[in-house]
Design a protein around this ligand. Structure first.
Ligand code: ATP
Ligand code: LTN
Length: 331
């Protein structure tokens, strides 16, 4: 039987957090054997905020290194750069004409980002989900593994695809969102009621995949908890501790009950140290591989060039089919 197709991506907006890793990347690694996987660097999406050009270029290459260091095998997965594939912006333009202003107006990410970047509410930020729909639909992806915050973008992707299919006949596959059972929303360490975000201003709120072991220990030590001093999973009343338990649970592959038992009668100090050590241990090999790859830009180039070629072939085919259906002249 033919393997199902997966597509996902991460914006090249800076160092990834533990949230990106546990909510997205880690699931991708687990899926690479079972599916035909396309993993891109969403550099075009990054343009919706202002970037320093040199930093964006660097971040793009760093993100490729991080994908591979996290365990994505470039021989099994198609790893590519979004801006290298002309079908993405081309299809995005077409899909813009089948997307309503009202639909885009409802997107919570647009509302959040507009508040964060009030001086730069550009139309790219508004149509961001349409480019994301193009990314997904151009590959006939069956499944899209993302964190919980991207669910709404998957819903609009499905709506756009269904609308197009109902006018022109079956063209796009309707993709399903894949959200991991745990870790779908890792929260900030200082502010455990909002998600851990790369762009958080407070460095103590986020653990970066490139943080040194001592930085990681310090951040977990200072993580916000509560006064009960009892390791118990209760997201509403104990968001900080519950978040730490989720992190520990994914890394150690343990249920919340197991963790409650393991730390029963022990204070937060011991628990926090155990979480920090689990994270340090998991990130150590990743960081080693990441640093090696960064010293070898030719290798990184070979990885994305190979991925670009495969991604281009697949998406060009679909774009042509779309152009034909809507009445553009296709040679
Ligand atoms: P930014 O702060 O720039 O908005 P971000 O940290 O939200 O960035 P994205 O590039 O938007 O990162 O997301 C990359 C992937 O990581 C997506 O699949 C997203 O759902 C997932 N993700 C982001 N933050 C978290 C989190 N705190 N917990 C779980 N998954 C997350
Ligand atoms: N918007 C996504 C990044 C992204 C993406 C995609 C994810 C761009 N294109 C296609 C899945 C599929 C985010 O994580 N912020």
């Amino acid at each position: 039987m033919e393997k199902k197709t997966i597509l996902s991506g991460i914006q090249a907006t800076g160092s990834l957090t533990l949230g990106n890793y546990l909510g997205a990347l880690n699931n991708w690694v687990e899926m690479q054997d079972k599916y035909d996987c396309y993993y891109m660097i969403a550099d075009l999406h990054t343009l919706t905020i202002r970037n320093d050009p040199e930093t964006l270029r660097e971040n793009t290459l760093k993100l490729i290194a991080l994908y591979v260091a996290a365990g994505l095998d470039p021989d099994k997965n198609t790893i590519f750069i979004q801006s290298h594939i002309p079908a993405h912006p081309a299809l995005s333009w077409v899909l813009n004409c089948y997307t309503y202003m009202g639909e885009l107006n409802r997107m919570t990410q647009f509302k959040d980002k507009s508040l964060k970047h009030a001086d730069n509410i550009n139309s790219g930020l508004f149509t961001y989900p349409v480019l994301m729909a193009a990314d997904i639909l151009a590959y006939n992806a069956d499944l899209v593994p993302v964190g919980d915050d991207q669910k709404q973008h998957l819903e609009i992707t499905r709506d756009i695809a269904e609308r197009f299919n109902s006018i022109y006949g079956n063209t796009f596959k309707i993709p399903e969102v894949y959200i991991g059972k745990v870790g779908a929303r890792i929260m900030g360490l200082q502010n455990p009621t909002s998600k851990m975000s790369k762009s958080a201003v407070d460095p103590m709120d986020k653990v970066l995949l490139t943080d040194s072991p001592d930085e990681i220990r310090k951040k977990f030590k200072k993580a916000v908890t509560d006064s009960e001093n009892c390791v118990r999973y209760d997201v509403t009343n104990k968001p900080g501790v519950s978040n730490l338990m989720s992190i520990y649970g994914i890394i150690k592959n343990k249920s919340m009950e197991d963790i409650e038992k393991e730390f029963s009668g022990q204070g937060y100090g011991t628990f926090k140290t155990a979480v920090a050590e689990a994270v340090v241990e998991r990130l150590e090999p990743l960081q080693k591989k990441y640093n090696e790859l960064l010293e070898n830009p030719d290798k990184l180039k070979a990885i994305y060039e190979k991925g670009d070629k495969k991604a281009k072939e697949k998406s060009d085919k679909l774009l042509k089919e779309v152009y034909k259906k809507i009445g553009l002249v296709v040679e």
